[in-house]
Design a protein around this ligand. Structure first.
Ligand code: HEC
Ligand code: HEC
Length: 158
């Protein structure tokens, strides 16, 4: 009986550990500039609200992914960062030219993007400009809806 309890305890422990691996912690510096503390290539937080607050787990968009469509046509895909809504990319920075960042939903549909190729290798610290009120011309957060309505325009042109 005692052995069974011990085995149950051990398996529950590993189940819990696996679950955490999926999303790490819920809260982790949402909205802050990841690259101030980390050495990966790029980091970002996806939000539901254009003016979502720093650290506000309730304001972030969960279940979405982030990719950069390079001017060359190559797609770079981010992975989950620590914390809900946080994304990171770690790869060869030298391979990155001008790009269009794109937010993608769970079905693989692009739901938001910047203007065509308006971003470049100097813009990899996403949250540096995508602050609560926006800096350097950014409208605010990186959101999970078609902020500029430019996806509809793109579909019409095709
Ligand atoms: C103020 C500094 C700071 C900021 C900003 C920050 N982090 Fe972290 N991060 C840490 C520290 C310290 C740890 C290790 C302790 C922990 O897990 O909290 C960590 C851990 C992590 C980990 C777990 C693996 C590892 O490298 O230890 C990931 C992934 C991560 N952060 C991603 C991000 C992303 C993505 C962002 C931006 C949205 C971000 N962090 C913003 C300090 C920071
Ligand atoms: C130097 C400032 C700056 C940095 C850094 C930056 N952006 Fe932007 N971003 C802008 C500006 C300005 C716009 C509005 C004009 C445009 O679409 O290019 C914008 C617009 C966007 C939009 C559409 C509007 C919105 O807020 O959702 C997305 C999506 C986006 N950026 C994603 C990203 C991602 C992902 C990164 C990091 C790889 C990033 N940006 C880094 C300045 C920046």
């Amino acid at each position: 009986m005692k052995t069974q309890h011990l085995l149950l305890f051990i398996s529950l422990f590993f189940l819990a550990a696996c679950g955490e691996d999926d999303e790490f912690q819920a809260q982790h510096n949402q909205g802050k500039n990841c690259l101030e503390c980390h050495g990966f290539t790029s980091g970002a937080t996806l939000y539901k609200k254009i003016d979502g607050a720093d650290y506000a787990v309730d304001d972030v968009a969960r279940g979405y992914s982030l990719q950069l469509r390079l001017e060359s046509g190559t797609i770079l895909t981010y992975t989950k960062g620590n914390g809900y809504g946080n994304k990171l990319y770690n790869g060869d920075q030298g391979a990155i030219n001008n790009f269009t960042p794109q937010v993608v939903d769970a079905n693989g549909k692009i739901v938001n993007q910047s203007s065509q190729n308006s971003h470049h290798v100097g813009r990899l610290a996403c949250n540096r400009c995508h602050t609560q009120n926006g800096l350097n011309g950014a409208p605010g957060r990186i959101v999970n809806y078609d902020y500029f309505g430019n996806l509809a325009v793109q579909t019409k042109q095709q």
